[in-house]
Design a protein around this ligand. Sequence first.
Ligand code: GUN
Length: 662
Amino acid sequence: MGRIGILKTPHGNVKTPALMPVIHPGKQTIDVKKYGADIVITNSYIIYKNEELKKKALEEGIHSLINFEGPIVTDSGSFQLSVYGDIDVTNKEIIEFQENIGTDIGTSLDIPTPPYVKRERAEKELEITLERAKEALDARKNLMLNSVVQGSTFPDLRAKCAEAIGQMDFEVYPIGAVVPLLENYKYKDVVDIVMASVANLPPSRPRHLMGAGHPMVFALAVAMGCDLFDSAAYILYAQDDRLMMPNGTYKLQDLLEMPCSCEVCTKYTPNDLRSMKKEQRMKLIAQHNLHVSFAEIRKIRQAIVDGNLLELVEQRCRAHPYLLDALRNLKNYTELMEEYDPEYKNSAFFYTGPESLNRPEIFRYLSRISRIPQKNRVLLLPSFKKPYSKNIQNILTNFGRDKPDLEKLGNFYRIKGLKSENSSHIDEQLQVVVVDVPFGVIPLEIDEIYPLAQNESPSLLDGDSKIFVKNIINEYINNFNEVIISESLIKKFDLDFELENFNINELRLQFDDKEKIKYIADYQFGTGAGKALFGTNVDIVKSRKTGKIRHVYDGEDLIATLRASDGIFVLSMLGAERLHEFLEYPKSRVVVNSDAEPFAREGKSIFAKFVIDIDINIRANEEVLIVNENDDLLAFGKSILNAHEIKDLKTGQAVKTRKGGK
Ligand code: GUN
């Protein structure tokens, strides 16, 4: 759910995810811009309460007051309310004040209800927060506004709040009152709060996880859909002689070596710092803290582009047992995360431990494979070097011939006691499947589809994967009348079946490219798509170099190209027409309005604001059909975002058109 974005403000654009250092008005001595800050946050209530600061802010503006020319966010005093129980300003007054001092993004006076309070209190305070949100909208003129999600530790109240304010016209949606949870390492509960909130916020608006300033949690928060962070921690930790790192915190008193390669860490030794005056030392440690915090944000942005953010999250969450709890809790949200996970990515799937089993790619694969109608018989093979089909084919094509090279595959058994084994299916079609961690069962026809070929896992099995794959096998074989299984799988996954000997030479195996392309299309576009696309006369062209399928023609006419990098079909216009005829509306459709129709026909890319309807199951990086209101096919292309995002965004591209139909 992590995303790269651009937040536009009157004082410039900001790339997100972004970290906003907290600036103390009047006290700030560190130039945060120098360390990478493009946007900062400060507190309007502190300014409002100090006559001198207030006068200067009203006369010269807040940018001059804190000496920062970029975008400035201001908080409202809600945090002071949560700490001192009372403050001296009304919601309306503080909104108007923020507007008058020239803030870019202001905040209404929400009530930060602490965690674990009684439900009654959380509900009551939430009502006030919602009233104040509405009042803020009425009071603002041009000020961009935050509206904070509250609701304590009740996920349903967080969801309700997010939904209510999400429908109003706010520019940014912070998630509030998590500081006490972060301070107490209750990361698991933060996951429930953030997911309940984000699931109900509009995808087109940035979300700010308020008070999250430790680089240790950034990757996790971004993976849950947070875009903005604020950090007072860089200075608070420095005051306390503590150095932040993405995998934890070091106390200066314990350091023999400096922990990183920033300017401060390379110039000074721990002893140098310890012998300095407090003020100088604090400034240097704050610089280090900013440096590592911004470095972590950059790393996260790169991971989003590379498609391996969850692998970074898995690394980060191993730094502390309670972060590991948070990572494990993400398992409860895999279904939601899958909706936002791009279909195909630039990077391979790396299994980094049992928590990787909860990743959206695996959930998606297993739900999709379970929908494909099965043949009657299955042969379960142990895993080989990838790509499986290529490496196995040489061995298996010898099956039933003079001298099959079966030693390499070991012994085989037939599983006894299956539901419908009494009917004989010896002559019926055989499904050949490879069993591997972490995707479980992989039909050979689709072994080159992302990420089935583009993944790596350790060769030594862990207990969780063993049980995970065992359960997949048990479920998968239920669909078959006859199951033949390799002895090595029985041992490796502790399978307990009643078995009988099986003579592998009885099997006749065929590798039929025509069946293969249909199976791939069924997997990619839905059952039946293979027949619709490739049901007639097909000519398969293979790469001379690799021997892999490249193009599928009907006579002279190209239907589709099998992309080598991820093993999926990219359509031609003919392919798109066939698919369009086969798939019922709205399946795989992006519907554009009449303004966009001529552009689509010319093959121009589709902007989100022209999309009037969409198949809600479309994910990012998927092949889609572009149609008009009458479902006439205009063009086809690749979705850049998922359906929820395309529906909600008013700017930017939604679909990269491959070809228009003129
Ligand atoms: N800073 C940290 N938490 C909060 C919160 O819940 N609301 C506001 N307005 N500011 C915060």
